[in-house]
Design a protein around this ligand. Sequence first.
Ligand code: HAM
Length: 416
Amino acid sequence: MSRISRIKGFADMFPEESERYTFMEAQARRIFGVCGFREWRTPLLELTELFRRTIGDETDVVQKEMYTFVDAKGRSLSLRPEATAGIVRAYVQESCYERERVSRVFTCGPMFRHERPQKGRMRQFHQINCECLGDPSPMADAEMILMLLEFLKAIGIGKTVLKLNSLGCVACRPAYVERLGEFLAKVSGDLCPDCKRRAAANTMRVLDCKRPECRAVLERGPKMSDFQCADCRDHFGRVTRLLDAGGAAYETDPCLVRGLDYYCRTAFEVLSADIGAQSAVAGGGRYDGLVWSLNGPDIPGVGFACGLERLAMLMPPTASAVPDFHLLVLDEGLLEDGFALMQDLRGRGLSGVMNHEVSGFKGLMRQADRSGAWFCLLLGPDEAAAGAVTVKDMREGGQRTVPRENVYDILAGDKS
Ligand code: HAM
């Protein structure tokens, strides 16, 4: 029988990697918690219709990237490709707006997109996602962005670029999209096949094309900023002023459009030059029509998500947790005695493991070395007879045999 391997685009995460994710999540909980955000957990699986209606039928995510299947009841279900749709569905379903005027939510977990895997692009990837529902003020946009930057700083990420754009709103965007469509129809012969297809189906996405020949054509095209209504202009102006006051560096980019359809007004991305082609480590923006599109009231929202796979590539190494002790019991008859000692130390907050079988001394010492523990504790017949334990300092060297009741104080004292 052949071995079973993991599927392409999915990763096994062993302790070193996993600990980086735990660290990022802990920093997110701390920083977002300070800003009044509370954690929600929504299902990984939702009705496909949810994503079609929110992310948009014409987006790549919905058209090509979802893991969709029909269940036994004939319903089309999809693994979530992002978290915002599920959060907003839960918000509407539980009428959260009746309980609080502004809901500040964060969530951490895996997302699924059937994209071509490459460095920084996985089919199962992890996001930390933040949403603020119920606040139309530009202060909410700026607060989200500043919070994101604070988070990136806390996990040791430097050298990123924040790009910002305003995508307009239902009042002013249609005129722009119409004009852009007319322009693209005229220059269609100079566009790549992807842009030609998008020009009809999802016009603004053409702005996102990275091919130099398309970029050169688009330079000559109409600009959203020339079509923006006074409210959108004012909103964006206030966001940028608040970011200036908050000391955030940013670039405005009139070609920044997002891959999901629900955005209006502020859109932003944080990019890094150090992780290859998939350079966006975070992205987000305002989505004032999203709650309404799920049959909720007309309630605004703004949020972002960061991709942990990409952040993990940029983070400085984090120190792994070092166990306090590795207990070596040197005689079969003392295993239960050793077990009680280990449980006592663990119960008092120290971390460590012991051997469950007694083998040669050299092999046991090798286990203690590999564990990386601060102290190796030796319990053999001599120690047992004297009610003692030998404490070997694995960092500084040296060892001493001490009464058993002193072991905790020695280990705990050296820790502090
Ligand atoms: P997004 O830009 O699609 O936005 O994804 C956010 C981040 O997730 C990206 O910047 C990237 O770091 C990471 N990411 C996306 N796809 C992959 C992948 N295949 N492999 C690895 N990382 C990936 C959203 O998902 C929106 N829901 C963000 C949002 C929240 N907007 C408002 N609220």
